[in-house]
Design a protein around this ligand. Structure first.
Ligand SMILES: NC(=O)c1ccc[n+]([C@@H]2O[C@H](COP(=O)([O-])OP(=O)(O)OC[C@H]3O[C@@H](n4cnc5c(N)ncnc54)[C@H](OP(=O)(O)O)[C@@H]3O)[C@@H](O)[C@H]2O)c1
Length: 309
């Protein structure tokens, strides 16, 4: 019999891909908040994680063995403008989920972020002390603490990922914005002074699936195996997708005010995952090649030709 799992934030970038891929291995229940959706053979449920009663009702009804908690407020500048709402969703929402999970002893897999660090050092390991600088990072870190304090079986996954939205075509989608500009012959700025370790969402999901089956608690960095600058990543995208690299204009994030909301080097070290997990976290080029295999440009263009501009 397939294990029953509940995915919060199924309408999001990660949640949508998780819902689709995991339904081959698990009995998947998934939730949305403002973007309702349907997927073949999968039960989708409305859920506002701020609403404690709703959270308890859904978890009591579904009785999942594992809850993959991806739902969050994720737009960094938006979170700065709405700190109280961000706290309610990212911290209290996580508290509601953990408290309800305790009734049935579910395992929690909490998706966290590289933004729990200030980005002054880079190559952060799981044992490094977080020191977030934004409302988003601070509330995600408080969410981590809620999960750890719950005494449930848990994994906290720190990551930065890219991929295609399957449900809601978000205008903030990082990789689609890059591809859309390059494909349409528009210039795009690449920043040489910010670094990260991006992972293709399907590759991240391989790691999450492994953690569903394995009995190892704790924090794991599931990120790409290679640190790269934003500029370097854009160049790699152009190379792998055979697009014009000349459209990428060298720039510095420090020229812009928004860079205050992001430390310069948010790269994550994956040594612990390499040692403990069988899933192979890919380098930049292999991750992009993996994405290219699943990239359906026609589908995106026909459904919503302008949204990624
Ligand atoms: N994108 C990245 O590279 C990245 C990097 C590091 C960590 N993360 C973490 O990974 C997780 C998933 O990120 P993502 O980029 O896939 O997110 P996303 O695309 O922004 O989706 C966010 C999800 O949260 C749901 N949500 C928002 N408010 C809610 C509420 N009050 N109640 C219930 N659901 C609510 C949204 O539902 P509706 O759309 O239906 O409203 C959506 O399904 C997040 O926890 C994020 O912090 C993301």
């Amino acid at each position: 019999m397939k294990q029953r799992i509940l995915i919060t934030g199924g309408s999001g970038l990660l949640g949508g891909n998780l819902t689709k891929i995991m339904s081959s291995f698990f009995e998947v229940h998934t939730t949305y908040y403002s973007n309702s959706f349907e997927m073949d053979g999968i039960e989708t449920h409305y859920l506002d994680i701020k609403n404690r009663e709703e959270v308890f009702n859904i978890i009591r009804k579904i009785q999942p063995k594992i809850i993959i908690h991806t739902a969050a407020m994720t737009q960094i500048s938006f979170c700065e403008k709405l700190p109280e709402l961000t706290y309610e969703v990212n911290v209290m929402g996580t508290q509601n989920i953990c408290d309800a999970a305790k009734e049935i002893n579910s395992k929690i897999i909490y998706i966290s972020t590289d933004h729990v660090f200030n980005g002054k050092l880079g190559y952060y390991a799981e044992y490094d002390i977080p020191n977030p600088i934004t409302v988003y990072g601070k509330t995600k870190l408080l969410g981590e603490q809620v999960v750890q304090d719950s005494k449930l079986k848990y994994n906290i996954i720190r990551t930065f990922f890219y991929g295609l939205d399957l449900v809601n075509r978000s205008k903030y989608n990082f990789i689609v914005k890059i591809l859309s500009n390059l494909e349409n012959g528009r210039q795009i700025k690449g920043y040489k002074d910010i670094f990260f370790t991006p992972v293709f969402v399907n590759n991240l999901i391989e790691g999450i699936i492994e953690l569903c089956y394995r009995n190892i608690d704790g924090i794991f960095n599931l990120a790409g195996s290679e640190r790269i600058s934003h500029f370097g990543f854009l160049k790699k995208v152009a190379e792998v997708f055979k697009l014009n690299p000349e459209l990428i204009i060298e720039d510095r994030a420090s020229n812009y005010n928004w860079s205050k909301l992001r430390g310069p080097d948010l790269s994550l070290g994956i040594h612990k995952s390499l040692v403990n997990l069988k899933s192979k976290l890919l380098d930049i080029e292999s991750g992009l090649e993996f994405m290219k295999k699943t990239y359906n440009k026609n589908l995106l263009d026909k459904k919503n030709p302008l949204i990624y501009i």
